[in-house]
Design a protein around this ligand. Structure first.
Ligand SMILES: [Zn+2]
Length: 316
């Protein structure tokens, strides 16, 4: 690890020198260089930023965003970025801080002008009431970081991006405002069709692998009765699995929702025992090719969920 960090530093050092020369020669109207930690944030940044921003993304939509393998190329992106957008709520705590330190890009550090924590103005669920420590294994100690899965939060994230882009590139403020208004209109239209499609399934009971979906189920009125993980970030255990199967049978729960990056053996065993279905559903843009942007992600997930509910005979 030491050697790896050292070599990353060397690469980053070279890039600092290179970008110093490049920025001196760059015209002021160059697009804002935006780095987003996830594809969901990247998609929203493209919606609002259009061709006045370039967007690079670290975590791919088919990967667990809590656990991302840091690459030297990430540091290079951070070295020259104008703005870093993070999910926050400690989602990236396991991999981003060392990269950010090594980038030596002062404005991207937390509190800097080029740092946008997208969790600041959205609805956050699962905020722990008592004292929570990481020793308990919980990877959500600051509230649930999967909040982008409520389209109303997506709108608020886009709005915060519009404000930040305008602050960093005031000459393009009207352009960003127009892009945001257009996205807001398309999102509002899309929400009408999602809400209509999901309306017959209000109160439907499901199980999910990780606690990725509280904002999604809150928005669409679903009811999560249990999780395959005993705690966020803690792998399934035999005793917890037995309890979960018993609960699913007692409440006649037929759907286990699994993010694409988990091993399917335990969910499938639970589904066999409880008489249910495993549904692999992407929580992020890029989780499947069809989920190519933020609105397409919800189109894909809502269609998949409705088809599965119909298949297992859930309707109200
Ligand atoms: Zn999580």
């Amino acid at each position: 690890m030491g050697a790896r960090i050292l070599s990353m530093l060397t690469v980053a050092g070279l890039a600092v020198a290179a970008s110093g020369t490049a920025s001196a020669a760059s015209p002021p109207a160059a697009p804002l260089k935006v780095v987003a930690t996830t594809e969901d944030l990247g998609s929203l940044a493209r919606e609002v930023g259009g061709d006045k921003v370039t967007v690079d993304v670290f975590s791919r939509g088919y990967q667990d965003p809590h656990v991302v393998d840091p690459k030297p190329s990430f540091i290079l992106k951070l070295v020259s970025a104008d703005l870093l957008i993070v999910v926050g709520r400690e989602l990236e705590i396991g991999w981003l801080p060392p990269l950010l330190t090594q980038s030596r890009n002062a404005k991207l550090q937390p509190g800097g002008q080029g740092h946008l924590d997208a969790s600041q103005n959205v609805k956050i669920l699962d905020i722990p009431a008592g004292q929570i420590t990481r020793a308990m294994g919980d990877v959500h100690p600051s509230g649930n970081p999967h909040y982008w899965l409520d389209p109303d939060n997506g709108r608020l994230i886009a709005q915060a991006m519009k404000d930040k882009f305008s602050q960093l590139a005031p000459a393009d403020a009207a352009y960003f405002a127009q892009r945001y208004a257009d996205f807001d209109r398309r999102l509002t239209e899309a929400q009408k069709r999602w809400d209509a499609a999901m309306a017959p399934f209000k109160g439907a009971k499901i199980v999910t692998y990780h606690r990725s979906w509280p904002n999604f189920v809150d928005h669409f009125g679903l009811n999560v009765i249990g999780y395959v993980e005993p705690k966020p970030g803690i792998p399934p255990s035999p005793s917890h699995t037995i309890d979960l199967i018993r609960e699913m049978k007692a409440q006649q729960v037929k759907v286990i929702l699994v993010e694409p990056y988990w091993d399917l053996r335990t969910p499938q065993a639970i589904a066999r025992d409880a008489g249910g279905e495993v549904l692999v559903m992407p929580p992020s843009v890029g989780g499947v090719p069809e989920a190519k942007d933020y609105i397409a992600l919800f189109d894909f997930d809502v269609n998949l969920l409705v088809a599965t509910f119909k298949k297992v005979g859930i309707s109200r």
